[in-house]
Design a protein around this ligand. Sequence first.
Ligand code: PLP
Length: 375
Amino acid sequence: MTPTPTTLSVPLLDLQAQYRAIRDEIHTAIGQVLESQHFILGPEVQALEREIAEYSQCRFGVGVSSGTDALLIALMALDIQPGDEVITTPYTFFATAGVIHRLGAKPVFVDIEPDTYNIDPALIEPAVTPKTKAIIPVHLYGQCAEMNPILDIARRHNLFVIEDAAQAIGAEYQGRRAGSMGTIGCFSFFPSKNLGGYGDGGMVVTQDESLAERLKMLRVHGSKPKYYHSLVGGNFRLDALQAAIVRVKLRHLDEWTAARQRNARTYDALFEEAGLAGTKIKLPAVKQNRHIFNQYVIQVENRDALMAHLKQNGIGTEIYYPVPMHLQKCFARLGYSGGSLPVSEHAANTTLALPIYPELTAEQQEMVVKRIAEW
Ligand SMILES: *Cc1c(COP(=O)(O)O)cnc(C)c1O
């Protein structure tokens, strides 16, 4: 039975709907792991590493415990040290900046492009100092950052590039997949990502065999062989149950991505029809050729009032992200003040993510746009 339009509620994300569609495949995969009683690393993790590497046009994949740990272990493998500087965007999830700080290095924030919300390549080179070791572009909302100029700057100054592709598995920049362009790419299998597990998980990808070996050692406390430690690593292992689940979901990822892209086009058309596009509502700018729409984010003045109105009407939305990194309390000692990175600050005050998950129906999308239009 379809609910009547006036009562139709639209969650930001509906993982139940996806689970119902793949339930049998998932249960079979979990059952096989339980029968094997092999829970840590092992054949399922190895198989997923090969599959994600291939999917992402990379030679090597290393399964890890989360997207955050993927970023941390990437910086550890590249020997980022106290006092080093790492240039990144302030408009991201906390993990991107947090891992830099945790190694004693200094995050250096440069502002973003106003249309894609990705790091502005033109601002990177002026921020390079003799202490700069790496750049971390984030492929925000599922669209790749402008990688060619970033890779050029890195080459000129001999810097590493770590792609934070937590939101962008399968996204492309000029035909090249997210994670394959820099020194190391990092993915997250957090449940709400496009390829989410049923718990925490992540993966690091690279084209460099010796780096892959180093990442594998760091994942098991730096040991090779077992109980002989030439490096200090940590427990950054991916478990077999998550790997088995993610392998099932990887088989569906392209159809889900296509559905997200279709939903994005539907929103674009509905906002056009309602006469809101470009005037009251700024729609997402699609600049790269494969945007995978982890989020569909609009920009609107008076955002908080719109968000409250939608909530009242049963429509889930979220702000990614309300406070840019340079203004987070924990980074106060870095000395940034309000107004120093104005594009990020404006985005933090005006962006709103709408439901875009693959199972979203056209009726639900019409309801979302109708509620925005009436507001
Ligand atoms: C989700 C996310 C992470 C962290 O991934 P976890 O698996 O939650 O640790 C890092 N960076 C970005 C941009 C993310 O969206």
